[in-house]
Design a protein around this ligand. Structure first.
Ligand code: ADP
Ligand code: ADP
Ligand code: ZN
Ligand code: ZN
Length: 752
């Protein structure tokens, strides 16, 4: 880029007004790396995702035939006068890869197909055809688990009370109680003595009860089909994705089944011929089970002259995974178990290998989950993507990434209605001199906590061995703010999200995940504020409160009061659009006629937290609204669907709800996600106030400013995967400065 004017032209945005954007016009240089920064809620996503990426997606959809378009969500035109010079945009964000049990790191990166080509040509004994090595194809999949690698079995002792007879209601599963239809079919089948305790059943009776084959029987006047209990329950509950079951059924299934690696294939998902095919004694399943960094060494050591190009492509892809800090993963790792940051980086690697050029790549905080040590390597990958001739747009706060940008767009000055403007656009040097919040924070020097608190006691974690943890025993101090650090994959989540809550029941984990069902709730319903709001509306208007709730006859029947319509697409993520029935107003005309201090329910739900603090004086609301402002969410609206919040915002929303409760120990997973350096200051202040209030707070965090300001640091490492899983440092931040760990090294560089 020549100074001031981009060499390859620019994406020209004119008059953008999505959400809080104030008629924003700007140019984004093409084939350059642009970082968009600014405090949380300033309008970064509204510009990058809701305007630029959305317009690109809409234009692409318009190129499909009318027939195909019928199946695509109807994207409204973003509120913008024009976007010129746009190329196809690919959004690589932190959406987790969903619950698809057939997706693994290998399939998501395409490494699996390269391995299959390699084994189908060079493996011995030869298998035929090439799909015979794929666990997603009937030719290669283990017939026992159908390529899933895991098998669930009913735990008969948990499901049936053997000390009871059929007449005594022995089936411990919802919908299977005495007189229920499934119970009647068994009890009236004539196969069993209804008063005989199950414990006394003969082997044949057990077989008939659990696995009996289909028989048509006459029950009174009806013909019904008898079938063994487990056979029928497996059809009803295992054939479906667990996540699709209603919550109480899902819990019951979890309680009454045991799930483990498939005994037939040992979890490798493949059938015997596929498992037998080997190169240098190593099978394709062995490859998938290795850590990516080990697999890379194996692939580099192979010499098959006719397959050099496949080997090179595979080595390049695996090298990228290692480079981006994911060398500790294995290709057989299920995508559904990856964190949001890991998922984003896995997808990023796939694009690095693509030979498409002139794409606009849009990333959402790609440093999430990355230690300062890994950030440098991520930087190189972003630049490589740019150098292949792509336009790279990154929403990011990490000072290291901002520093390498060709172009910086700083949004602000504040959040919500106080933001929505471009406060700086240009090179990084100019940003430093600009005097904006970001500019001022960029080179700020930090100091370590000068007066760390003393612990009031300790929670001991004993002999932790989950995943890569190497028999870790550690004391977690109570009554202080502890930060857990270490490179990605070192074992922080395994220890503090996996083991700690299992060993100590009083621990509350505040994470970024939405619990099922909550994706269709909004701020007001999820925090419980709607209850109070609806009571106030009812009192003032002399009607019943239920009219104002989402499941009542008062709500728009189409969107159930959400104002949004959800379209489930087979292969893509769920698409969200404004409900056409009520045009986003959520309620029926009648309900919209009722007012509270001059505003109708739709208008009240449109208030931001900050505005609501002025407008809604009700006590319980004031407490909740205060907490929301404290966690840095003054700009979200009361009716904002949780599905539109980022992972970081969701975590802070959960924190706000938890703060008003009386739990003693909180564990947070990277609470700075989505936060600007200025927001981080406030968050750390809040965490310290929680500790002042008698709580114990543990945060898993990479942000060096947060580490510096902790009372106590627990550092895991020394590396990731096999090379991690140990405590390499425990002590105060000041002591960490003198230690010899990766975290210590980066902290020294940051602290003045
Ligand atoms: P950032 O990405 O900088 O954190 P956003 O662009 O997400 O900021 O948000 C800017 C403003 O727009 C905020 O006030 C936010 O609450 C609002 N906003 C964003 N998305 C929506 C939405 N889907 N519905 C209503 N308001 C929204
Ligand atoms: P961190 O939180 O420090 O990034 P993790 O605890 O997520 O580290 O990972 C530590 C190790 O455990 C890594 O080797 C990772 O691949 C492995 N691991 C984490 N979660 C799972 C899982 N659900 N299944 C299998 N391995 C896992
Ligand atoms: Zn199997
Ligand atoms: Zn509606």
């Amino acid at each position: 880029m020549t100074d001031g004017y981009p060499l390859y032209g620019a994406i020209e945005v004119r008059g953008a007004r999505e959400n809080n954007l104030r008629d924003v016009s700007l140019d984004i240089p093409k084939r350059a790396l642009t970082v968009v920064t600014g405090v949380s809620g300033s309008g970064k996503s509204s510009l990058v995702f809701d305007t630029i990426a959305a317009e690109s997606q809409r234009l692409i959809n318009e190129t499909y035939s009318a027939f195909v378009q019928n199946f695509l969500p109807h994207y409204g035109r973003p509120d913008v006068d024009s976007v010129e010079n746009l190329s196809a945009a690919i959004v690589v964000d932190q959406t987790r890869m969903g619950a698809n049990a057939r997706s693994t790191v290998g399939t998501a990166t395409d490494a699996s197909s390269l391995l299959r080509i390699l084994y189908s040509r060079a493996g011995k004994p030869r298998v035929w055809p090439a799909t015979a090595l794929s666990f997603n194809d009937p030719a290669g999949m283990c017939p026992e688990c159908e390529g899933l690698g895991r098998k669930s079995e009913w735990d008969v002792d948990a499901l049936l009370d053997k000390d009871k007879s059929l007449d005594e209601d022995p089936i411990r599963f919802p919908g299977h109680g005495k007189e229920s239809w499934p119970w009647t079919v068994i009890a009236d089948s004539g196969f069993f003595d209804r008063s005989k305790k199950l414990r006394d059943y003969t082997e044949e009776e057990w077989r008939q009860l659990l696995y009996g084959e289909e028989v048509k029987l006459r029950y009174g006047k009806m013909n019904l089909t008898y079938q063994g209990l487990l056979v029928r329950m497996s059809k009803s509950f295992f054939a479906k994705d667990l996540a699709e079951l209603r919550p109480h059924i899902r819990r019951a299934v979890e309680r009454t089944t045991v799930s483990g690696p498939c005994p037939a294939c040992g979890g490798s998902r493949l059938n015997p011929p596929a498992r037998e095919c080997r190169i240098d004694g190593v099978s394709i399943a062995d490859c998938a089970a290795m850590q990516v960094d080990e697999l890379l060494r194996f692939v580099r050591g192979l010499e098959v002259r006719s397959l050099q190009r496949v080997l090179d492509a595979l080595a390049a892809l695996l090298g990228d995974l290692v480079h981006i800090g994911l060398g500790y993963l294995s290709l057989d790792r299920a995508s559904s178990t990856l964190s949001g940051g890991e998922s984003q980086r896995v997808r990023m690697v796939r694009h690095l290998g693509s030979s498409l050029t002139d794409i606009t790549y849009v990333f959402d905080e790609p440093t999430v989950g990355l230690h300062a040590h890994d950030v440098q390597r991520l930087d190189e990958l972003l630049l490589r993507l740019r150098d292949k001739g792509n336009t790279v747009l990154v929403v990011e706060h990490e000072p290291g990434v901002v520093a390498i940008a060709d172009h910086v767009i700083d949004m602000g000055p504040g959040a919500g209605t106080h933001g929505g403007e471009v406060v700086y656009a240009g090179a990084v040097d100019g940003l430093r001199r600009s005097g904006t919040l970001t500019g001022r924070h960029l080179d700020r020097v930090h100091e370590t906590n000068p007066a760390p608190r003393a612990a009031t006691g300790a929670m001991r974690i004993e002999h932790a061995r989950l995943h890569n943890l190497q028999d870790v025993t550690v004391d977690v101090p109570t009554g202080v703010l502890t930060v857990v650090s270490g490179v990605a994959g070192s074992g922080k989540s395994s220890l503090f999200l996996g083991v700690l809550p299992k060993q100590h029941s009083d621990v509350v984990v505040v994470d970024q995940r939405l619990t099922r069902g909550s994706s269709r709730s909004n701020t007001a319903t999820w925090t419980g504020m709607l209850h109070t709001i609806r009571t106030s509306f009812a009192k003032v208007n002399g009607v019943k409160p239920a009219l104002f709730s989402a499941n009542s006859e008062g709500a728009c029947p189409e969107c159930k009061g959400l104002g949004l319509a959800y379209t489930d697409l087979a292969f893509l993520d769920t698409a969200v659009s404004v409900c056409e029935a009520c045009e986003g107003r959520r309620f029926t005309e009648e309900v919209l006629g009722y007012r509270l201090r001059g505003k109708n329910i739709s208008e009240v739900l449109a208030l931001t937290v900050d505005e609501a603090r002025e407008f809604l004086s009700e006590k319980p609301l004031q407490r909740m609204l205060g907490a929301l402002a404290d966690v840095g969410l003054p700009y979200i609206t009361l009716g904002q669907p949780l599905s539109t919040l980022s992972g970081g915002e969701r975590q802070r929303l959960k924190l706000a709800v938890q703060m008003t409760g009386d739990s003693a120990v909180y564990v947070l997973d990277e609470p700075t996600t989505g936060l600007h350096m200025d927001d981080v200051d406030r968050l750390v202040g809040l965490l310290h106030r929680l500790v002042d209030g008698g709580r114990t707070v543990v945060v898993i965090e990479h942000d060096l400013d947060v580490i510096a300001r902790a009372d106590w640091v627990i550092d895991l490492g020394p590396g990731a995967g096999h090379d991690g899983g140990r405590i390499v440092f425990e002590g105060t931040p000041a002591d960490l400065l003198r230690a010899d760990t990766l975290t210590a090294r980066h902290l020294r560089a940051r602290v003045g």
